[in-house]
Write a protein that binds this ligand. Structure first.
Ligand SMILES: [Zn+2]
Length: 127
């Protein structure tokens, strides 16, 4: 079993890398505070969510601890997905907020080399 602290370190490292990449492409982002990453023990159906106005990404602890495979998806897919939501809001504001996975969000995902797929639900059997 991987320690929670180790997972947090991996998350922070990955967040730094993704955010620096986004800041290089969109220098205006550097004027904002880098988003904060929080773990949430009570997220069961959603692997992650973004609080755009607060610049906070919440990730479900359960998904991170579930397995290596799930942790990989969290780091490689869910984390950038949520960070792109925050970057979207910082760069373009309210206009993109209502639809969430709009054109700008999709562009950010493509710039990160990722599929702009709005669906990222991971099925977790009760365990
Ligand atoms: Zn989303």
């Amino acid at each position: 079993m991987v320690e929670k602290i180790e997972i947090m370190q991996q998350l922070y490292k990955r967040t730094d890398i993704i955010w620096q990449e986004l800041c290089q492409i969109h220098p205006r982002l550097a004027e904002h505070k880098q988003p904060e990453i929080l773990l949430n023990n009570r997220l069961y159906r959603t692997a992650g969510r973004a609080w755009q106005e607060d610049g906070i990404v919440e990730l479900g602890t359960k998904f991170l601890l579930h397995s290596n495979k799930y942790r990989g998806i969290m780091l490689q897919v869910i984390l950038p997905h949520e960070l792109a939501h925050i970057a979207d809001y910082m760069l373009w504001g309210e206009s993109e907020k209502s639809c969430g996975h709009g054109k700008n969000w999709q562009m950010l995902m493509l710039q990160l080399g990722l599929e702009p797929d709005p669906y990222h639900t991971m099925d977790l059997k009760k365990c």
